[in-house]
Design a binder for this molecule. Structure first.
Ligand code: LLP
Length: 420
């Protein structure tokens, strides 16, 4: 069920008209639907939770406190990749023993802070990191619970910039070195080796690479056990890909069936770290048309959101649906437009030659499926104020991150005395 219906000719988020939020908050703003967050999370609970899989929401997709709190209250743990994200998870109310710390370059300070907090697990990605973590933990008189993230050398068949499971990618420990490092870890003073982790990429829409990776991990787990080592946890990484434009993607039931077939028989605890599939389709970026420029060869719709707000189209050539907030008549003509932001770069383009109904200055449009990797990847490039963020629940909405002021963002700079 969509929580973004047109009601009375106006786009709503749950029961709130988008226009009402725009009038109150100004544009551009991100708007998230609590009901969609809950539906997406519950879909994981129903399919994978039923197999005993622990769900650790991947904060990198959207780390707004209100989003984390919403999911945390439903029972989600957190997957973090920096101590900053760990602080966000803790502050939003996720207990330390439900936090997994992943990432290819954890610093000693980050390790210390995470050990201090008493997190559930570190996913370690290199031998050097294992040694450093062991030293830090031993110094603190504790043992760090560790999985080794394995690079299974499997092509995830997703965008090159978010594909992580091939040996030429920087992530994980080559599967050939895994057994040697695992047994070394078992002897390290500050390490309690608990299992294996794997993540081959994000936005996977084909299940075959998961099968290939899971088979390799299951085989490795058995090899380790034969060598007398304990493997008690397996972390399967991010969630399934989502539909940005009606493309087919992986059915969670099929994914769960794969986990049941290949991983469950090992009898370990199982974990998953979904981000995009929980928040992606729960969010819109709402923007107002500034101007419409009919050039000789192209029509440009210039909106007040830009690549600093949502960088996915520029960075990954990603597709986001563009929804007029006022419902177009069913027989409205469509015209191909380039939808662009005000930033001084040609790459500041949300869509090229997109068929759109007529739009004019002042109209509101919403970029769809913008809840994941949207606001978190934003910047203040061109000294643009970051978009506000709003959370809707039923007939209520609240600003969950206000737009900062120019004084705030400019005031972060400091002029040295010798320039005064
Ligand atoms: N676990 C690990 C170790 C990861 O690296 C990631 C994503 C996830 C979990 C969550 O994956 P998800 O369920 O969201 O697919 N900015 C890019 C996506 C980067 C993904 C990075 N890692 C985008 O906008 O498409």
């Amino acid at each position: 069920m969509t929580h973004f219906p047109y009601v009375g000719g106006e786009l709503h988020v749950e029961q709130v008209p988008v226009r009402r939020i725009a009038d109150a908050v100004g544009t551009p703003f991100y708007c998230y639907s609590s009901a969609t967050l809950a539906d997406n999370y519950q879909a994981y609970v129903k399919t994978l939770g039923a197999l005993g899989v622990g769900i650790y929401y991947s904060l990198k997709a959207n780390s707004n406190q209100a989003v984390i709190r919403t999911l945390g209250q439903l029972g989600a743990g957190a997957d973090v990749v920096s101590v900053g994200e760990m602080h966000r998870a803790l502050k939003a109310g996720v207990p330390a023993d439900k936090i997994v710390f992943a990432g290819v370059g954890k610093t000693e300070l980050e390790m210390e802070a995470a050990l201090e907090a008493g997190i559930y697990q570190f996913n370690v990605e290199s031998f050097g990191e294992l040694e450093t973590l062991s030293d830090v933990a031993a110094r603190m008189g504790v043992k760090a619970p560790v999985t080794l993230r394995i690079n299974p050398d499997v092509d995830a068949k997703t965008h090159a910039k978010i594909s992580t499971g091939k040996s030429e990618n920087k992530f994980g420990i080559d599967i050939e070195q895994a057994a040697q490092f695992y047994s070394a870890a078992a002897r390290m003073k500050g390490i309690r080796i608990v299992g294996l982790a794997v993540h081959i990429g994000s936005q996977l829409t084909d299940i075959a690479p998961y099968r290939a990776a899971f088979l390799k991990i299951a085989e490795l787990a058995q090899t380790l056990r034969k060598a007398g080592l304990t493997v008690e946890r397996i972390d399967l990484g991010g969630g399934v890909g989502i539909a940005y434009r009606d493309e087919a993607t992986i059915d969670l039931q099929d994914y769960a069936a794969l986990v049941k077939e290949i991983i469950s028989p090992l009898g370990t605890k199982i974990e998953i770290e979904p981000g995009r599939s929980i928040v992606g389709n729960a969010g819109l970026l709402v923007s107002r048309v500034i101007n419409v420029k009919a050039g000789v060869s192209r029509k440009f719709v210039i909106v007040d959101a830009a690549m600093n707000d949502l960088i996915r189209p520029s960075l990954y050539d990603a597709y986001h649906g563009i929804i007029p907030v006022a419902e177009p008549a069913s027989d409205a003509p469509v015209e191909r437009c380039d939808v662009v932001g005000p930033i001084c770069e040609t790459g500041d383009r949300f869509a090229e030659q997109r068929p759109l109904p007529p739009v004019k200055p002042g109209d509101l449009v919403a970029f769809a499926t913008a809840g994941a990797y949207g606001s978190v990847m934003s910047s203040t490039y061109n000294t643009r104020l970051p978009a506000a963020e709003v959370l809707v629940r039923g007939d209520r909405f609240d600003v969950v991150r206000p737009r900062p002021s120019y004084d705030h963002i400019i005031g972060l700079d400091k002029i040295p005395d010798w320039l005064a």
